[in-house]
Structure formats: C-alpha cells, structure tokens
Design a protein around this ligand. Sequence first.
Ligand code: SAM
Length: 236
Amino acid sequence: MSAKLVNTNIPTQIPNVLSIEEGGKTRLVTKNLVPDMQVYGEKLVAVDGIEYRLWSHHRSKLAGMIEKGMNLPLKEDSRVLYLGAASGTTASHVSDIVEKGRIFAVEFSPRIMRDLIDVCSMRSNMVPIFADAGQPGSYRAIAGSVDVIYQDVAQPNQAEIALVNAREFLKEGGYLVMVIKARSVDCTVNPKIVYEQELDKLGKEFNLLDKKVLRPYHPDHLAVIAQRSFKEPDLF
Ligand SMILES: C[S@@+](CC[C@H](N)C(=O)[O-])C[C@H]1O[C@@H](n2cnc3c(N)ncnc32)[C@H](O)[C@@H]1O
C-alpha cells in the first residue's frame, strides 16, 4: 500500500521516524530496518519506494511520547539499554531508529523472552538479555556503556532501577527516557504525588529536561526525559 508524507509537529530530529497520511489519518511510522518483515502484525506502507512500519501510540508509550511532542535523544548510532523490553514491540521500532547503533533489550519473564529472542534474531542491532533489571551487575559484561537508557518496567521501585542502571552503564551526559507508571509504585496515592516522589529521587543524579503525562493514550503514566548530571545539561 502507498502513502504520502505529511507535515506535523513531530520532532524531526529523531532519525527514521516520520508522519504519514494513510487511510485518511495521520500516523507515526518508522523506516523498516528489515524490509518485508513485520514484527507483531503491524501494517507496512511504502512512501517514495521506502518501506515503513506503522507505530501506534496505543501500543507503545514511546510512540505516545513522540506524538506528545517530546524530542527523544536518539541518534542513528545510539547505544540504548532498554529495560522492560517485553516481546520487543516498541524495541523493534527503536531498532529501526538506531539503525547503526545497538539495543540491549532486558526482560525477565521467561515466557515473553522467547518472543523477544525471535525478534532479536531478525534484527542485527538488537541483543536480548534475560535478566532482572534490578540486578545490573548480572549483565555488566554484555551491555557496556550506553548513550540512552529507556525504561518501561512497571515496578514499585522504578526510580531505583533507573538509578542503579544509570550508575552502571550510562555515559557521561547520557540520557534517561523513562515511563513512570503511578499505579505500579502505589495505587493508593494520587498519581501526581507519586510522580513528584519519583522525580525527586531521579533529581539527585539527573537534570530533568522534559516530562509529560501520556493521557489519553496511557492513563496514569508520566514520561520523563532526563540527562545524567555530571555536567550542565545541554540541548540534544
Ligand atoms: C509494560 S511492559 C513493557 C512494554 C514494552 N516496553 C513495549 O512497549 O513493547 C513491562 C515489561 O517489563 C518487564 N519487567 C518488569 N520488571 C522487570 C525487571 N525487574 N527486569 C526485567 N524486566 C522487567 C515485564 O516482564 C514486562 O514485560
């Protein structure tokens, strides 16, 4: 199926991410790193002879962040540590974006890991890691240093998991892109209070660059972009 490019407010600095008009709607897509190959049944579309994969903000919080105008600090050669990769749905779009980089995809559910390994086997820049993201020492030898950590783990200790991984792997001036799921931290407390508490913990080691709630796509989720504060924050 063919489609055409449209101009939207989606930040254009993110490589291999476009907005297209398809079926009368504006949709987010990533350029398919592995042409003719779907990962989770997503639609493939051609624009000017190049194949793209539709990327829904309903399925992916990262897509929701982009559609909300957040400028992800991803470059085509970024090394990314992805915590909570699940079956690789969103991770595969990150793989499209960082086509010359690497994604270290961490997941601890054995059942989901099987699907993740299948996805990684089709994508040369993805490395599956079967590990608990709360124990970064267990994958120290595999991941090495990274430019960006993306975290989507839905755990009560989300900030702590981000901090221990950042200390272990994040380069000086590297970025944390994180989704804080309020209900996983404490479902009895107003999400705004949970966000403040988690941001306070991150604030000791990061400079906050941007934050947005992902409503209506993902209620009670706050998306955060922060830079490790070894130095003054700069624009990416
Ligand atoms: C909300 S899902 C992630 C969805 C995925 N980011 C996507 O967009 O396709 C959270 C995932 O994190 C995994 N997870 C939760 N805690 C974890 C931990 N401590 N270490 C590794 N994976 C974890 C869960 O098994 C689950 O697959």
